[in-house]
Design a protein around this ligand. Sequence first.
Ligand code: FA5
Length: 342
Amino acid sequence: MSLADSLSSLRAESLSAIAMLSSEEWLVDYRNEILGKNGKLTEILKGLKSLSDEEKRGVGKHANEIRDELSAAFDDRKTRIELADIERAIASEYADVTIPYSRTDGSHVHPLARVRDEIEDVFVRMGFRVYESDEVTTEYANFDAVNVPATHPARDMQDTFWLEGSGNVLATQTSCMQNHILRTNTPPIRAIIPGRVFRNEAIDATHENTFYQVEGMVVDRGIHIGHLKYTLETMLSEIFGKPVRTRMRPGFFPFVEPGVEVDSSCPFCDGVGCRICKQSGWIELVPAGLIHPNVLREGGIDPEVYSGFAFGLGMNRLAMLKYGVDNIRLFLDPDIDFLRQF
Ligand code: FA5
């Protein structure tokens, strides 16, 4: 093949290859292979030596034209690849952050999550830290550490899901976090611990086997039941969007002494009496009490120096009350018509 023919076929071959290259990396490599110092063009031009001067001029001119043409083809291809990359990025990554938030796509916060957010918000403003409750926990944390010994009938109060062979249980109460909080903090302690809990219960309009609680704990010198009352009144007033009062009745839980059931004045009739509070003016809402000395001791805290209160609020029941939901099952039911109302 003559030099001129070799040049022509290099040109044709290169032009069609360049048109097919789709990445900048390949383009750089191929450019070196053709136009580089030891590239194919240089290789062909080594044959110039054997030509006459006149032939050299003719072929040399032709070679320069081909070099320019290929160079331009490489540059043009590079621009096209860059543009394609930009277009691809725009198509896949573009987000208009200036578009106003709209609910028309149907997205919104689940009522239980909203109640949890509101509870967290008011407690954070009161200086509490928010922890997450374990869903799988030990028999020790769920029961022993909170003063519920193996033989205690209270263990049967909360029908437990036992995890076979492991000694672990599905948390029946967020109180299973009390020991951990006491052990990993030094007073003053102010903590809330929202979480999902599980009980092997028959389901009805007010009982689920999977529901949400939020545990609250305060431990410091001189903590008394008045601190508990103030804290719960502040939280409930915030959740109901109006001032509510609380009253306390004796209640039994092994991890508190004294134990109380905290009732809220009915936020719907302001305590006058209505259908929701069954004409009593009060709604039973939060079991609570002063932390039992045994629980403090088990958590490494001296009950002679420190005292504390704890409560365990049922978030599903609170959400039912707040949003007028009459069946607890709706919260875990993927019923779009129900969920759309929030
Ligand atoms: C407890 O779980 C205690 N750990 C609460 C506590 C904490 C007391 C700290 C004292 C100090 P109880 O079993 O009553 O208590 O449950 C607390 C709340 O969870 C109830 O008031 C109720 O709102 C909710 N709850 C209990 N069982 C169910 C259920 N099956 N379905 C939905 N909510 C429930």
